[in-house]
Design a protein around this ligand. Structure first.
Ligand SMILES: C[S@@+](CC[C@H](N)C(=O)[O-])C[C@H]1O[C@@H](n2cnc3c(N)ncnc32)[C@H](O)[C@@H]1O
Length: 458
């Protein structure tokens, strides 16, 4: 009789587990999964995981009716209960969930989906590590893929975005879905995932099924993806108002994050792309040194083109550093999480291209006096005269080094250069590098300023 009742209970458990994966948004009343045994059920639909997921439901039920099965389960239960909060990320594949009859969390390994950010609980899922194994998602070095498996860390990244309850979020490069889980746990309204590598799509579909109606997956390149229509129109806010409840979050490869932030800064300046909705906030990871450049102050060692371009358009905050060893595989460098909020008024009120040109020229020779870079704004024939005119009118000491120039120095330089371009409409089209190339092609004798290598970082 006792044995019969247990079997029924087990059947109920099985039913709830399946339901959780198929469509039910609520967690099962009581469930145990032992991930090393791969007990999770396969998703019932979608082209994603079915062929790779082992079918174990029958085995589970049979195991429950014999004495040795019960002994094994008791032993396993003790092991699960001993899973401590200090478990390192690599232990995460052995994590289990224990949820009580009321759906209230009794005990759950802190490595699992939780943290202050959690406001919505995904049903039990295979861990990120298991998804990687299950779908054989080896990181591709040429795509600079480095994954975050520690969900405390992904929660921490997501917390940097602020309150996400009912927010519309776009995650760039979700990969195996660590950050994705933390975003979903923050009780967002809608999550748009843009992933370039098709190998990750089935694992993401699995997450999508665990949070029905919330996730939209786009297989595409974020550098070309059009964000203008990505979110509902009613979320639009005036630029002067508080930022809309729209966030961009992502841990992108370094090769993509720098060109992407430059593109998005241009979008901020033109109020298009993701900023058609207002002052959309971004929480993104960068190589630590790039994050330092983005946030460097006047006189700082890392002060560069990126510092001026980002800080004149946004409030930029370097929130925290993630050591390289937190990623799998470990990259050569550390990573920093940077938060951007577009400013109501840019600090330099000139077109993006003009500011970019002045700033790029100024940092052309970063160890030399700033006039050496600034003079590359002018054709050789009138270089000296025009550079003097610009520096005088902008009230900038020509012997300062580029990294010593403040935002107001750059504002004055841009405003004066704009006036000079209005007086001489051909000036803005002048391109120093083009001139150099042409001269090289013509085999003209080179003077020092022509042969000098530019030092500006790109
Ligand atoms: C560094 S991995 C991070 C993966 C995951 N977000 C994490 O934190 O574990 C970068 C991810 O971005 C994806 N990715 C790379 N370039 C991309 C692009 N241009 N557009 C969209 N996704 C891209 C990669 O395929 C990979 O999944």
């Amino acid at each position: 009789m006792k044995q019969k009742r247990k079997t029924l209970k087990q059947r109920m458990n099985k039913h709830h587990v399946v339901a959780a994966f198929c469509s039910a948004p609520t967690p099962p009343p009581r469930m145990r999964t032992r991930n090393s045994r791969r007990r999770w059920p396969s998703p019932s639909h979608g082209a994603c995981a079915a062929p790779l997921l082992p079918e174990r439901h029958g085995q589970r039920e049979r195991g429950g009716t014999c004495a040795s099965g019960r002994r094994k389960r008791r032993k396993r239960g003790r092991r699960e209960a001993s899973c401590s909060g200090a478990a390192p990320a690599r232990h995460h594949t052995r994590v289990s969930f224990l949820v009580s009859a009321g759906g209230k969390e009794q005990k759950r390994c802190p490595m699992a989906v939780r943290g202050k950010v959690a406001a919505f609980n995904l049903p039990p899922l295979p861990t990120v590590g298991e998804i990687i194994k299950l779908f054989r998602l080896q990181a591709q070095k040429q795509l600079s893929q480095n994954f975050l498996l520690d969900l405390r860390l992904t929660d921490k990244i997501v917390r940097q975005a602020g309150k996400l309850k009912n927010a519309h979020v776009c995650e760039v490069g979700p990969g195996p879905g660590g950050i994705t889980r933390s975003i979903l746990n923050a009780d967002v309204e809608q999550l748009l995932l843009v992933e370039k590598d098709p190998r990750f799509i089935p694992g993401l579909q699995m997450l999508s099924e665990a949070a029905p109606g919330k996730v939209r997956i786009v297989h595409g390149d974020i550098l070309t993806f059009k964000m203008e229509k990505a979110f509902p129109k009613h979320l639009k806010k005036n630029w002067e108002d508080e930022p809309p409840n729209i966030h961009i979050i992502g841990n992108l490869p370094f090769s993509v994050s720098t060109p992407l932030i430059i593109k998005w800064l241009e979008n901020v300046s033109k109020k298009n792309g993701p900023f058609i909705y207002g002052r959309t906030q971004m929480t993104l990871t960068f190589q630590k040194e790039v994050a330092e450049r983005l946030t460097a102050n006047t006189g700082g060692k890392q002060r560069s083109r990126l510092s001026i371009m980002s800080q004149h358009l946004c409030t930029v905050e370097n929130r925290f550093v993630i050591p390289g060893q937190a990623f799998v595989p470990k990259p050569e460098v550390d990573v920093a999480v940077v938060h951007f909020t577009p400013l109501v008024q840019p600090k330099i009120q000139q077109p993006f291209e003009l500011v970019e040109k002045v700033v790029r020229s100024a940092f052309q020779f970063r160890r030399k006096h700033c006039f050496r870079g600034i003079e590359t704004l002018f054709p050789e024939s009138e270089r000296l005269k025009k550079t003097e005119e610009l520096m005088m009118a902008a009230d900038v000491d020509p012997t300062l080094r580029p990294f010593q120039l403040s935002m107001s120095h750059f504002r004055n330089l841009c405003n004066t250069y704009r006036k000079m371009c209005e007086e001489d409409p051909s000036l803005f089209a002048y391109n120093y590098r083009e001139e150099l190339k042409q001269k090289k092609r013509q085999h003209l004798p080179k003077n020092t300023s022509q042969t000098e290598q530019t030092e500006e970082e790109n």
